[in-house]
Write a protein that binds this ligand. Sequence first.
Ligand SMILES: Nc1ncnc2c1ncn2[C@@H]1O[C@H](COP(=O)(O)OP(=O)(O)OP(=O)(O)O)[C@@H](O)[C@H]1O
Length: 271
Amino acid sequence: MTKSTKKPILRLKNVSKVFAGYQALNDVSLDVYPGQVLCLLGDNGAGKSTLIKVLSGFHEPTSGTVEWDGVETKFKSPKDANERGIATVHQFGGTFPLMSIGRSFFVGVEPTKGWGPFKRFDRKYANETAVREMQQLGITRITDGERLIGSLSGGERQASAIARAVHFGAKVLILDEPTAALGVKEATHVLRIIMQAKLKGIAVILVTHNVSHALTVGDHFAVLIRGQKADDFAKGERTRDQITDLMAGGEAMAELEAELNTLTGTINQIH
Ligand SMILES: Nc1ncnc2c1ncn2[C@@H]1O[C@H](COP(=O)(O)OP(=O)(O)OP(=O)(O)O)[C@@H](O)[C@H]1O
């Protein structure tokens, strides 16, 4: 389906975020569509984390608006955003190494069995559900929900966190550098899972430095440079070299400009 026939589930309009005088985001507008992967590209400090924190209810924008499903919305907290269907998965899967797969899958929403004083965590149901959801995303190596999260590979941890978000009905899945710490094989695995989430109609926001990973799964791309959206394009509209040049060149030029400003300030102080 093309963009024109779909409505964005999440929309940022002219969003800026200022921290104690520092402008981390400057007039950013962005549309996030169901069943699409939006890649957020940018060098260190470009504002990617700040942007996803606005999208996930962690930061309120200093100016500009957020629309959720066509309605202007102020998320009260990350919990509020999460309850509406925005799930964020951080680089290491955001799970607890000493918990079992089954327990970590249901953390905060533990299934129980029995009544009254006999009420207890339904370990069998939790383990079976977690393993089934992971298997459905193609993680067939995991068959035992009792295994500790800490014993999983980085890719498997990501997969379990994504499976959890899918199971609990995420409409928007924000993945913050999910492949950054992974080897080639593991990264490929995670990219495959991202495609599966997209095919389920979930809007995926993929934050990454890695242009190759972005180009493999992305439908739409936004490049941030120093808090501003420097470019915004659909799959096929830019070459890999153009994107790489934009990310590297833009940042280098911005750094040079900042250096020159500092130098000019110092020279002015001397005179
Ligand atoms: N709470 C805060 N208070 C002050 N400045 C902040 C705060 N959060 C972020 N910044 C600044 O805003 C700028 C953008 O930061 P942000 O973390 O969004 O960048 P990023 O693109 O995610 O970088 P990276 O890829 O390194 O994680 C940085 O210069 C950062 O120091």
